[in-house]
Design a protein around this ligand. Structure first.
Ligand SMILES: Nc1ncnc2c1ncn2[C@@H]1O[C@H](COP(=O)(O)OP(=O)(O)OP(=O)(O)O)[C@@H](O)[C@H]1O
Ligand SMILES: [Mg+2]
Length: 99
């Protein structure tokens, strides 16, 4: 279960993510659609704990990503665009590498 609530992220004066909220159930599939610069990668980076949000909460299976980053990351598999994945860094292995 993933809950993203009122998440906002700014880079200087630029709002990369502007007050987004959504929920993903245990058996759902969710994709982000949007033009270049819409904030898709930034949102994923916040959910995965790669970057922090300026406001809002992200709950991953009951663990808040900033309050309990290790608990949350144990429930996330994530392959970022950068840096390119190394051998063994698949969706399962990478989070444990970072934890
Ligand atoms: N590290 C950063 N420093 C400054 N601005 C950033 C940074 N990362 C993203 N941005 C800005 O935040 C906004 C959202 O970028 P983001 O990369 O999340 O969009 P995106 O939807 O993933 O775009 P794309 O489809 O091109 O991958 C853009 O205006 C971008 O220029
Ligand atoms: Mg992107």
């Amino acid at each position: 279960m993933l809950t993203v609530q009122n998440v906002t992220k700014t880079y200087g004066s630029r709002k990369a993510v502007d007050d987004i909220s959504f929920t993903l159930g245990d058996h759902g599939i969710l994709g982000f659609l949007g033009p270049n610069g819409a904030g898709k990668s930034t949102t994923m980076n916040i959910i995965a704990g790669y970057t922090s949000s300026a406001a809002g909460t992200v709950m991953v299976n009951g663990h808040e990503i900033l309050d309990d980053p290790i608990g949350a990351k144990k429930n996330v598999g994530y392959l970022p665009e950068r840096p390119p994945p190394l051998p063994g860094h698949d969706g399962k292995g990478l989070p444990f590498f970072h934890v």
